[in-house]
Design a protein around this ligand. Sequence first.
Ligand code: FAD
Length: 402
Amino acid sequence: MTAVVGVELPSADYYDVEALLDVRERAKLAELREFLAAEVAPNAQGWWDREEFPFGLLPKLGALQLSAPHRTLPGRPAYSRLFHGLVIAELTRADTSIATFFMVHHDLFVEGLHEFGTPAQRDRYLADAAALRTTGAFALTEPEHGSDVAGGLALTARRDGDGWVLDGAKRWIGNGTFADHLLVWARESGAGDGGTPGAVRCFIVAGDSPGLTRTKIEHKIALRTVQNAVLTFDGVRVAEADRLPGISSFDEARTMLLSSRLLVAWQAVGLQLAAFDVARRYAVEREQFGRPIASFQLVQGQLTHMLGNATASMAMLVQLARLQESGEATMPRVALAKAWATARARETVALGRGILGGNGIVTDYRMAKIFADAEAVYTYEGTFEVNTLIAGRDATGISAIR
Ligand SMILES: Cc1cc2nc3c(=O)[nH]c(=O)nc-3n(C[C@H](O)[C@H](O)[C@H](O)COP(=O)(O)OP(=O)(O)OC[C@H]3O[C@@H](n4cnc5c(N)ncnc54)[C@H](O)[C@@H]3O)c2cc1C
């Protein structure tokens, strides 16, 4: 319940999805909410305006032990998929940038190592990464290959003695300016010495490797707190011990992207909950024509449209979380949810921005940031169009893309 002008109003989680969690998960979510209210919500706009990443937050975020949602790292509880989805929604509701940081670090870097790394690699990297004493990034997209990166992957990995040499570039890499370690996707080049030219390879690359240059992408209109980088690899040497042996094709990338894409759909839920929270509060407090603007039928229509979008997106993801638990959350099913929920989010945040009138244009009222951040969520982890075509291929049996 939310108290606005003395009246108890229902939660933006209108159908009480949270009630599906077990007691331990609900307590953890409550702890996360308290943390976000104290540490993130009051500061998020300032970080965003200044494009500043809050490094001081990381030990506290690590101490919450949100990691290892569905597999148990030593000493960590295993949570349900629904719980992890709601964690991402809640992080996003407070700040989409912090949620994105966490997803790149945890759901791509940590989970990738967990799934495809050797026991020695896990021993070496995972404990520090899970506690956020070190940070990770996931470097797949390239300057010339975004949507078509599966076939287009151009960064090369050449065998050289007992290691590898990387050459090429990556673009848009979240946490890329500061991550201690990056999972870097490459295509094997060169012939002979028992290699497999053309095979997809993935390496753990130290952020301070000689030959690696990291340049921050400036002037973003969304997720300004996230530090995205252009990475250039000029003869970067990596030991064979830092190659993920479980990865030999793009199928493994798809496995990782399936989980994180589903979480981006949960981000679309979090954005809608945030937009509804802000717009409703504004609508009941702001008066025009001598009455709260929430008393006007058109404004109530807009608010209920926003609530309907958020609730429908959430309902879709609750069932997808169930399918995920039973191994039936296929890529087309995930792609449909990602495309659909992010499109609803774009509509919802635009309605919210309109409800704030002119104050929806300045960042002081939270809504402008929520509005802008929805643009990134619509585009990354497979654009709206590409995810639509993945679902469309499944629905029709005909591929509109290769
Ligand atoms: C804020 C942010 C953070 C990101 N973080 C990371 C990260 O951490 N790691 C990482 O590896 N990548 C990251 N990305 C990259 C992201 O995944 C890509 O931006 C995305 O895959 C789209 O690629 P692109 O930007 O090159 O667009 P393009 O592929 O060039 O697409 C441009 C437009 O063409 C459309 N299009 C392309 N092909 C088709 C088609 N066949 N049919 C119809 N329409 C099509 C697209 O839908 C889009 O509208 C991030 C991106 C952003 C914006």
